[in-house]
Design a protein around this ligand. Structure first.
Ligand SMILES: Nc1ncnc2c1ncn2[C@@H]1O[C@H](COP(=O)(O)OP(=O)(O)OP(=O)(O)O)[C@@H](O)[C@H]1O
Ligand SMILES: O[C@H]1[C@H](O)[C@@H](O)[C@H](O)[C@@H](O)[C@H]1O
Length: 359
């Protein structure tokens, strides 16, 4: 019998995604002076990358009556509360238990996100991406119940805040109150500073762990192996949100059918694009189109790894990985034009002067 294969149309898979974490106001300070004020929060950086990559999502975020930025996905406004505010001090780095490149202080805090604030429906995947302690253990528990796969930024779990001045400190993951939920989490992202507060060897038995290393790229750890993923060059002016955009790029890549090592390259690319701008980055439209074209050409799956694809295949560095990296790097080489830059949410930020010079 002769059989024919009907060619399938090239479409972007539709997924239902849930992002959970509060928007915040970021104030960048250097030498005792305010150098910029911008929209912040991992939820805003990730939404920005998802929108750039045409990934649709539902967002649960809380802000206060004073929230001052336009956003595409409306937050829940709490009339009796102020919006969470972080002050980032760029000349006080290298203190014990703090971010290496800056000291962060949470100077206002909005209400936590309760389990009852989450929608009563199921999602293909969810992202727990709090910044100010707003995600409670019960909230993460509900997320793992209503989402088929959950991605977690460890900063949502291990931050504590000094009682007097709000300085961000980190606690061990085991002591965080979230540890028992890790076997139900698919993916945990940590910066190299945050990774010191977890036992990577233990956690990788349960979920995929990715550790970001700033300008040196990232490492992916899973049960049976690990892999270093090369970075992209950048002229860093503000590191804020690099990890968030990284996570947006990585998950966006998985949604588009990339395997984990290739998706991590996309994460590195969006991290590098973010450090080159102050606050929430604006992506050039032609650059985005080139990135999306490369991703479409590269995708090896029609389903995602987190939808139960072949694990061994998803974690092996596939043939053509280095060529994919080179083609992504080349998307940045074509000169961009300011008039192509879309006005994204948060574009009314006030920038007074850059917080740090390129390295
Ligand atoms: N200077 C840089 N040059 C190129 N790429 C960078 C640079 N800094 C960060 N990146 C990219 O962004 C990713 C995340 O950066 P980083 O490790 O600093 O995260 P983070 O500490 O969580 O960031 P943040 O807390 O500021 O959001 C890195 O893995 C890398 O791919
Ligand atoms: O906007 C930033 C960003 O989301 C960072 O990832 C987070 O560490 C900060 O707390 C926040 O203010």
């Amino acid at each position: 019998m002769v059989t024919t294969t009907i060619p399938q149309p090239q479409t972007t898979p539709i997924h239902s995604a849930l992002i959970v974490g509060n928007y915040c106001h970021d104030v960048l300070l250097q030498g005792g002076a305010v150098v910029a004020e911008t929209l912040g929060g991992a939820a805003s950086f990730i939404s920005n990358v998802f929108t750039a990559l045409s990934v649709s999502f539902h967002l649960t975020s809380k802000v206060g009556f004073d929230f001052k930025y336009p956003v595409n996905h409306d937050p829940i406004v709490i009339p009796s509360s102020k919006t969470t505010v972080f002050h980032a001090y760029f000349d006080q780095g290298h203190t014990e238990n703090a971010h290496q490149d800056r000291v962060l202080k949470r100077v206002e805090v909005c209400d936590p996100i309760n389990p009852s604030d989450l929608p009563d429906k199921r999602f293909d995947f969810g992202m727990a991406v709090g910044v100010g302690g707003e995600i409670l253990p019960g909230t993460l528990e509900k997320m793992v119940e209503i989402c088929d796969a959950v991605f977690v930024d460890i900063q949502a779990l291990i931050r504590s805040f000094d009682k007097n001045d709000g300085t961000v400190k980190l606690v061990g993951l085991k002591e965080s109150g979230f540890y028992h939920l890790l076997p139900r989490v698919k993916f945990l992202k940590a910066s190299s500073e945050e990774a010191l507060f977890m036992d990577v060897e233990e956690v990788r038995q349960w979920c995929c762990v990715v550790v970001t290393h700033g300008k040196d790229g990232c490492e992916v750890f899973w049960k049976d192996g690990e892999m270093k993923i090369e970075p992209f060059g950048a002229n860093q002016v503000d590191p804020t949100g690099a990890g968030d955009s990284f996570l947006g790029g990585l998950v966006g890549g998985l949604v588009h059918g990339l395997v984990v090592p290739d998706a991590a390259l996309l994460g590195n690319l969006f991290g590098s694009l973010t450090v080159g701008q102050i606050g929430l980055p604006k992506f050039d439209l032609r650059l985005l189109q080139r990135i999306k074209d490369e991703v479409q050409r590269r995708k090896l799956h029609n389903t995602c790894w987190f939808e139960g694809g072949d694990d061994s295949m998803s974690f092996t560095k596939p043939d053509g990985h280095d060529e994919f990296r080179a083609s992504l790097a080349s998307t940045k080489l074509v000169p961009t034009c300011l008039r192509d830059v879309p006005r994204s949410p948060g574009s009314v930020e006030q920038v007074i002067r850059p917080p740090c010079n390129g390295q």
